[in-house]
Design a binder for this molecule. Structure first.
Ligand SMILES: Nc1nc2c(c(=O)[nH]1)N[C@@H](CNc1ccc(C(=O)N[C@@H](CCC(=O)N[C@@H](CCC(=O)N[C@@H](CCC(=O)O)C(=O)O)C(=O)O)C(=O)O)cc1)CN2
Ligand SMILES: [Zn+2]
Length: 768
């Protein structure tokens, strides 16, 4: 019989319970035992949902209080000494690595956090030493949680991050030069011990995730799979059987690695992303190995197309027989919101198109039943077919006016009127900025008060007029503070925005948005991605009111603030019925109108943020990546090129790895770029010299993720370092990113020092 399986379940709970518990604990408002009890309650609730749905293979150890990779750092006793030497309770040491710790005389920064593949989830990077050792933590979490489920009468399949991925996703600590993969032989004995302990606890099977198999791998990393999996398979009946899971791409280009898995029970592949890998993968499996077919999308919220999935599963069943096929989610459901049942405000037609995590667990069960006996789920299959038809034919989906406009887009619309030199001459004249202009990235603190007022407005407890007045007062405050700080280019502070993507989604046709559909982005921070259901257009200006008001009360140039088309696309749930390039161009056209409207209303500096441009880059080199770069860059240019030469276009990127991506950023032709840089070596800026980058740049001068206020001297040093690579007339002075997660004291302190440092260099270079 075909079995059903879920690779991982979201952790936050129906009402972001985990976020609230974690934050209460960090704020000293919840005890440690209550925090741990809340984690336990959530795990049980999530197992029960899956059990009640009839899922055959339910995951455990997919839960994490902060991040699952961080869990493994602690599980392998691989926390750097600067944390272990603090002798904190395990959970406090864990949070110290995740978010830093500044309490009771302890002051350690967090470990580095980076994007999880091409998603908007962030994981904590294993940070390894030259003399790194590994051992199994006492009371290992995977065993503990397996037993916890067992005690509740639920048999689970523990999930582990695999040894090769764990190392390959890590890095050498500062001061070390170790190549992480060379540590494999030290790590494998710990996996051996862990697998034995899981077996002793009663686990019959484990899921070991090796998602790096979807990347282009170095020979060294590829070679690591064989010793690793031979050692683990050699345990035979002393260990649970192993299913190796891959997701977010295909593994065909890494087939030469597959002999390493000869001794494992089976393989999981993502057939949502890459259905074409099914046939070649089937040919590679050994005579008794099973295939876990990932057909229910773990990255999006659309109802599964049962007909398509059944075709795929039947192909597998024909080749392997039904006992060797598992119907599964494509990846963990971590990237989907908890349940559609919480959404009371979606139009009925649209509500019926979606499946969130809870609903997806039911989908894998129905699919498994459909293969065994279609008649047993006839009603579900018919309802699904009707839904697919309704969506394809919906007027919500297709807007002929949008299509017509797209057909009329010309190549010329992608280019500014003149070359940068001409533009800059006019901007200089028009904006009259000093040398080393200072600015910020857009948002100012989203205070508790702002969130409370917005919540009241959303619930109808205050009127639109009252809310508008409140927002105006917040803008007034932001401007007054920027006056005091003596910044050169102002921002309005984004107090009216819940999130930089959700806000635009709520103002565009073609989108729907949710009330409870939160998805974890990192730690306790969540986002509520808006959902693209149809062709996108802009019914009315989206930001003009706030920017115009801000400009009217400001004595310096006001920078308009928009989220770029690629970031709007990437941080939404996109449609699956048309190519992303088409959706992105629709967003670009809507933003183009907004940019032009801002200019018409007296906003002559406009920043279009594209922090997700890099994240969208296909994971492997090749044609798909080239095509992405073309349409992504074109979308940005289409959005921004409609203005006069004298209007200055800025863009912002917050990730440090811009070197491999330099050409795309340069191709945007933005007049000014602000890039996150404060945590990286200023040497990275060398690429701007090597490539003779002609336009202006503001590499972030301080880390906004930390509450720390750097001294004026630190700013000066940082700027001095930047001047080794950038021309003085090219350099802007700004923070790494927006300041929404900080408080006003921190912001005022840091920006005072930043402005003073800029003034120091201004004086120095003006005299010279
Ligand atoms: N979409 C997106 N992705 C991104 C980023 C980003 O800014 N946006 N930044 C990078 C890092 N990721 C981040 C993700 C989330 C947050 C963040 O601050 N999220 C907030 C929620 C922001 C939000 O949507 N706020 C809403 C809802 C606020 C809220 O919780 N309201 C309460 C009620 C009010 C109260 O009592 O506080 C409720 O609904 O229950 C608003 O302000 O309106 C959080 O988790 O706390 C920050 C960075 C990369 N990816
Ligand atoms: Zn940013």
């Amino acid at each position: 019989m075909v079995q059903s399986s879920v690779l991982g379940f979201p952790r936050m709970g129906v009402l972001r319970d985990l976020k609230k518990a974690n934050e209460a604990y960090w704020g000293g408002k919840l005890s440690q035992s209550d925090l741990l009890a809340e984690g336990k309650r959530l795990r049980l609730a999530h197992w029960k949902i899956q059990k009640d749905a009839g899922v055959d293979i339910i995951p455990s150890n997919d839960f994490a209080h902060y991040d699952h990779v961080l869990d493994h750092i602690q599980l392998f006793n691989a926390a750097p000494e600067r944390y272990t030497s603090q002798k904190l309770d395990p959970i406090d040491e864990y949070f110290a690595m995740g978010r830093g710790h500044q309490k009771g005389g302890v002051d350690v920064p967090a470990l580095e956090m980076v994007k999880w593949f091409d998603s908007n989830y962030h994981y904590v990077k294993p940070t390894l030493q030259d003399n790194q050792t590994f051992s199994l933590a006492a009371d290992p979490k995977p065993v503990r949680e397996f037993l916890e489920a067992k005690a509740a009468g639920i048999t689970t399949r523990p999930v582990l991050v695999g040894p090769v991925s764990f190392l390959a996703l890590g890095k050498a600590d500062r001061g070390s030069t170790v190549n992480p993969i060379t540590l494999l032989s030290k790590l494998i004995p710990v996996y051996v011990e862990l697998l034995k302990a899981l077996k002793a606890a009663g686990a019959e099977s484990v899921q070991i995730d090796e998602p790096i198999l979807v990347f282009d791998l170095s020979a060294e990393v590829k070679a690591a799979f064989k010793p690793a999996y031979e050692a683990l398979s050699a345990l035979g009946s002393a260990a649970p059987s192993i299913v190796v899971a891959t997701y977010f791409g295909d593994i065909v280009h890494n087939f030469d690695v597959l002999p390493a898995f000869a001794g494992v029970k089976g393989l999981h592949v993502d057939l949502v992303r890459n259905p074409e890998q099914l046939e070649p993968v089937l040919k590679q499996l050994g005579p008794t190995q099973i295939l876990s077919a990932g057909v229910v999308d773990g990255r999006n919220i659309w109802k599964n197309n049962f007909q398509k999935s059944i075709e795929l599963i039947q192909t597998a069943v024909k080749a392997l027989g039904s006992d060797r096929v598992i119907v599964a989610t494509s990846s963990s459901l971590l990237h989907t919101p908890h349940t559609l049942a919480s959404e009371k405000k979606l139009p009925e037609e649209v509500h019926n198109w979606f499946a969130f995590a809870v609903e997806k667990t039911k989908e894998v069960v129905i699919l498994a039943k459909a293969i065994a006996d279609a008649e047993s789920v006839r009603a579900e299959l018919d309802a699904n077919a009707a839904t697919m038809k309704s969506r394809a034919e919906s007027t919500r989906t297709n807007d002929p006016k949008v299509k017509e406009r797209q057909a009329q887009v010309t190549p010329e619309q992608h280019d500014r009127k003149s070359h940068f030199d001409t533009r800059y001459a006019q901007q200089k004249e028009h904006l009259k900025l000093p040398l080393f202009p200072t600015t910020t990235i857009g948002s100012f603190p989203q205070t508790k008060e702002i969130r409370i007022q917005r919540n009241k407005f959303t619930k109808g407890e205050i009127s639109a007029e009252q809310y508008d007045d409140f927002i105006k007062k917040e803008i007034d405050l932001a401007i007054q503070i920027q006056d005091e700080l003596d910044l050169d280019v102002y921002v309005h502070g984004e107090p009216e925005r819940n999130d930089m993507v959700q806000y635009f989604g709520e103002r565009l046709e073609g989108y729907v948005f949710t009330t409870h559909a939160w998805v974890q982005s990192y730690g306790s921070r969540c986002v509520r991605p808006p959902i693209i259901v149809g062709d996108i257009s802009r019914p009315a200006p989206m930001t003009v009111k706030e920017s115009k008001y801000a400009a009217s009360v400001s004595k310096r140039p006001m920078k308009g603030m928009l989220t770029g088309p690629v970031t709007c696309l990437r941080w939404s749930f996109p449609r699956v019925d048309v190519h992303q390039s088409v959706q992105c161009q629709q967003l670009a056209l809507a933003l183009r109108d907004e940019v032009i409207d801002l200019e018409k209303n007296g906003i002559f500096v406009i920043q279009v943020d594209e922090p997700a441009l890099r994240e969208g880059l296909p994971l492997r080199k090749g044609a798909e990546r080239d095509a992405y770069l073309k349409w992504a860059v074109d979308s940005f240019k289409l959005a921004t090129a409609g203005v006069e030469d004298s209007t200055q276009i800025h863009s912002h990127f917050c990730y440090s790895e811009f070197q491999d991506f330099f050409h795309a950023i340069a191709a945007l032709d933005a007049d000014v770029l602000s890039i996150e840089n404060s945590k990286s070596d200023a040497k990275l800026l060398k690429v701007f010299v090597d490539e003779a980058y002609p336009r202006h740049i503001g590499p972030g001068v301080y880390d906004i993720h930390s509450p720390r206020v750097p001294a004026e001297e630190e700013f000066k040093q940082r700027i001095e370092e930047m001047l080794e690579f950038l021309r003085p007339e090219q350099l802007w002075i700004n923070p790494d990113c927006g300041l929404k997660t900080r408080n006003w004291d921190e912001v005022k302190g840091a920006l005072t020092h930043m402005v003073n440092a800029a003034k120091f260099f201004r004086a120095k270079y003006t005299k010279a």
